[in-house]
Design a protein around this ligand. Structure first.
Ligand code: NAG
Ligand code: NAG
Ligand code: NAG
Ligand code: NAG
Ligand code: NAG
Ligand code: NAG
Length: 471
């Protein structure tokens, strides 16, 4: 049920108690927390000054934290550039990351991490594929990724998905993404020894980006509400300005937004990148609403966004790198709170409509086996497996249309198996022949003239396997 009077103070939301098992916690950087619409580290407001880091790109999604020589080489460049965070889309959750995370920690760099891989992810193609891909095999891998990284102080946050909704016609994926966000939060509450922010990285689809922001922040169920919202924004193309880019209007639009907000990718390459958006993003014009962002991306890949070229193992920074370095150097963070608000109000859920095909606030209940992982732990991660999770395991007992879904999260911290609806027989394999591709989606929406597909859509969030086509 939609509540039009909902106005809970987020700051006063009851936090779950955290797991009793004391686990290792390593690193010297203070952990990142959220309050109101901002991030904090060691009592100070924290702004993300980051870069996306996935050498090899989608074609060769290798874990960049395992190649320590390359990582050390790249961390030197991160320090030259002056960043404090990286985003990695794909890691190998079967491996130990102590050394790689320590190298980042010593350099003052936080990791923002996607929990999905190209094959272990939701499939947004239809309600049936969403339902089938939201299964216990998928969640086991997601939870194993949480286990693999929660112990590092410099793990800043987890992205529960990236650009799963990437068109006008697949907003019906939203409840599944919100369910994954909820499940990760429950897993962290039960199995980690600190709170870790969890949220979603959205595609900037003009017709539904604002409803998405509302949806992931709304509802009476605090466990299902994200801890932050982020979107991939390529709308500032130099020469531009705060007003010409329309970023001023976005500051207005999100002026009362309840959660920390940041750009999970930015850096238009239509013209020469002057990086004038850096001065705007870290100025008080924006910091009352935004907490910085992540430049796309570190290495030059076929799509042409990189800041460095790799030549025989050597890193050669390009002019984009040098201009970005200068822009960061010229742009300190605001002093004090930067206009952050500590008392924020939970927004209403967006109404169903032509551009928002979500007719219920119900979410799918967690698949029963995955609820057991929340109590018992996920066990070893599958790593970068060749097998898709999308048609594996047992799906949720909730029907694909969510008619018998759950409006509130259940307390799973002691292994309560969720109830809700009749079984649909499990093990669904009602596969459509197309899983959807970026090329299809872009073509389908080319008439809209406003779709901003990010390049990383190839890497995470849904199984898509076509060459990237720029909007
Ligand atoms: C959205 O439209 C595209 C192109 O027509 C189609 O391939 C895809 O299956 C549609 N997705 C959904 C969820 O209906
Ligand atoms: C933000 O909240 C204020 C005070 O409640 C209200 O006047 C204003 O219209 C709101 N702005 C937006 C963009 O919702
Ligand atoms: C801040 O906003 C003002 C008014 O729109 C504008 O003139 C100024 O250039 C902006 N500052 C930055 C750093 O973008
Ligand atoms: C957890 O479950 C066990 C076994 O069912 C029970 O003995 C215990 O009291 C439960 N703990 C809590 C906190 O509910
Ligand atoms: C697949 O799902 C559709 C829609 O729910 C249904 O009509 C169809 O019978 C299903 N096909 C199979 C093979 O289960
Ligand atoms: C990556 C992935 O899960 N691909 C699936 C796409 O859909 C077909 C069925 O239509 C599956 O067989 C593939 O595994």
């Amino acid at each position: 049920m939609r509540s039009s009077t909902l106005a809970l103070a987020v700051a006063s939301a009851v936090l779950p108690t955290f797991g009793q098992v004391v686990k290792r916690q390593s690193g010297s950087l203070p952990t990142i927390t959220t309050e109101g619409n901002a991030f904090y580290a060691g009592g100070e407001r924290w702004y993300m000054r980051g870069v996306a880091y996935q050498p090899g790109g989608a074609a060769d999604a290798a874990d960049p934290l395992l190649d320590l020589d390359s990582l050390r080489r790249d961390v030197e460049q991160f320090q030259t550039l002056g960043i404090n965070a990286i985003r990695i889309y794909t890691i190998d959750n079967s491996q130990n990351h102590d050394e790689g995370m320590a190298i980042l920690d010593e350099a003052g760099i936080y990791l923002t991490l996607d929990v999905n891989t190209p094959l272990v992810s939701l499939n947004r193609d239809s309600l049936d594929t969403l339902h089938a891909s939201y299964n216990d095999v998928y969640l086991q891998s997601v939870f194993a990724t949480v286990d693999a990284f929660a112990g590092y102080n410099n793990l800043a946050l987890f992205f529960s998905g990236n650009e799963v909704i990437n068109a006008r016609n697949n907003t019906n994926a939203a409840p599944y993404v919100k369910a994954v966000t909820r499940d990760i939060k429950q897993y962290i509450a039960a199995q980690a020894n600190r709170p870790i922010p969890v949220g979603y990285s959205a595609a900037d689809v003009a017709q539904n980006i604002y409803p998405q922001a509302q949806y992931f922040a709304c509802g009476e169920d605090a466990t299902a509400r994200a801890d932050f919202f982020a979107f991939n924004d390529y709308s500032w193309c130099d020469p531009s300005s705060f007003t010409q880019s329309g970023w001023d209007a976005k500051v207005q639009l999100y002026g009362n937004y309840s959660l920390p907000l940041f750009l999970s990718e930015f850096g238009c390459i239509e013209n020469e990148r002057e990086w004038n958006e850096i001065a705007a993003l870290y100025s008080t014009n924006m910091t009352s609403v935004y907490s910085g962002g992540l430049v796309y991306e570190y290495t030059i890949e076929p799509n042409g966004y990189g800041l460095v070229e790799l030549q025989n193992g050597q890193v050669v920074p390009n002019q984009d790198f040098e201009r970005l370095q200068a822009a960061y150097a010229a742009t300190p963070n605001p002093t004090g709170e930067g206009g952050a608000r500590s008392n924020t109000e939970v927004p209403e859920c967006p109404a169903e409509g032509e551009e928002w095909a979500v007719e219920t606030d119900n979410l799918p209940v967690i698949p029963a086996n995955a609820a057991q992982y929340i109590r018992d732990g996920a066990g070893a991660g599958p790593g970068l497996t060749e097998e898709s999770s999308q048609w594996a395991g047992e799906p949720s007992e909730t029907e694909p249309d969510l008619s018998n879904g759950s409006p509130v999260s259940e307390d799973l911290s002691n292994g309560t198996v969720p109830t809700g609806g009749e079984s649909n027989g499990g093990g669904s394999s009602n596969s459509s022949s197309s899983n959807g591709t970026a090329a299809d989606d872009a073509a389908a929406d080319s008439g809209a003239g406003s779709l901003q597909l990010s390049l990383s859509a190839l890497l995470v969030g849904s199984a898509i396997a076509a060459a990237h086509v720029m909007p």
